[in-house]
Design a protein around this ligand. Structure first.
Ligand code: NAP
Length: 284
């Protein structure tokens, strides 16, 4: 049987359809969900990502505020901008575009974002709360991976998931989220010995390596589910699609897999944040 192609565009569309209705409903209650994005410096790829996020906001009837800061911005200046956005009741979600210039203390900047506005799931507090299932917004790419799994009704309970990568925005949070869904999780990284052998034991592979075509089909168990979060120059995933496709039972393409769902999850979190923040104002 041919593998199922896990179509991220389709998943993203179904989220956006729901969000459009939700945003209309919120507007009737005079709330327009608003995402603020902060970009420090002139990185062209980051500019494109920020623009894409703003465009998608507008298409869904949401508002976006884009803050552009020069390359030479200091950590202190960036923290002040974040604090102002934390205080601004019209802003429901804050995204600091990663990476920031190397002279900035990125962790400090992320952790200055108020937890209730951390719609990108980048704060240490958000990571802990996600891990303990305390209701924070998870990182968007891990959330997108889980969303695809759920959209296609793929079973994860009791399955062996091997996550390749352990970054704070991807490998680590997705591992915790899979664990919370009762998968048996192995986290692998650049120091893992005999990675092909580890991967060969996986029912589910999460590729979060940042190396084009790194994971080979010959490493996979027959019928494994492959979710490729990789996005390398030239729109190339972390898995070698040509060889992984025939061995898998379901696989995300690159492009058109995890990527489109990630932006939708960011907007979904922003809409949820708008609802929650409104409710807390009413209660107070
Ligand atoms: P990252 O911070 O560079 O982390 C890469 C991880 O891969 C690290 O944990 C590293 O291990 C591990 N690794 C590197 N070489 C390895 C090897 N030879 N064997 C095993 N593990 C190895 O990257 P990231 O930000 O997590 O991103 C990963 C990929 O996802 C990239 O392709 C990125 O473009 C993509 N991405 C996609 C989206 C989306 O929306 N689709 C969002 C974010 C990122 P160590 O910890 O030992 O160094």
């Amino acid at each position: 049987m041919n593998p199922i192609i896990l179509d991220g565009k389709k998943v993203a569309q179904s989220i956006k359809n729901e969000l459009r209705v939700e945003v209309e409903r919120l507007k009737e209650a005079e709330i327009t969900p608003k995402l603020a994005t902060i970009l420090v410096g002139d990185d062209e790829a980051s500019k494109t990502y920020v623009q894409m996020k703003a465009n998608t906001c507008h298409k869904l009837g949401m508002e976006s505020e884009r803050v552009f800061l020069p390359e030479e911005t200091t950590t202190e200046e960036l923290l002040n901008v974040i604090k102002q956005l934390n205080e601004d009741a019209s802003v429901h979600g804050i995204l600091l575009q990663h990476p920031v210039p190397s002279h900035i203390d990125e962790r400090k900047a992320f952790d200055t974002i108020a937890l209730e506005k951390d719609v990108d799931g980048v704060t240490a507090h958000g990571f802990g709360a996600t891990t303990f299932q305390l209701g924070a917004y998870p990182c968007c790419t891990p959330a997108a991976i889980l969303q695809i799994i759920d959209h296609y009704n793929l079973s994860i309970e009791g399955k062996h998931a091997v996550v390749v990568g352990r970054s704070p925005i991807l490998g680590k949070p997705v591992s915790m989220m899979l664990l919370n869904r009762n998968a048996t999780v192995t986290i692998s990284h650049s120091k893992t010995e005999n990675l092909p052998e580890v991967i060969s034991q996986a029912d589910i592979i999460i590729a979060a390596v940042g190396r084009p075509k790194f994971i080979k089909g010959e490493w996979l168990k027959e019928g494994a589910i492959v979710l490729d979060a990789g996005y390398n120059p030239g729109n190339i995933g972390d898995c070698d699609y040509e060889t992984c496709y025939p061995k898998s039972s379901a696989i995300t393409p690159v492009p058109g897999g995890v990527g489109p769902v990630t932006i939708s999850m960011l907007l979904k979190h922003t809409v949820e944040a708008a609802k929650t923040q409104r409710a807390s104002v009413v209660l107070n």
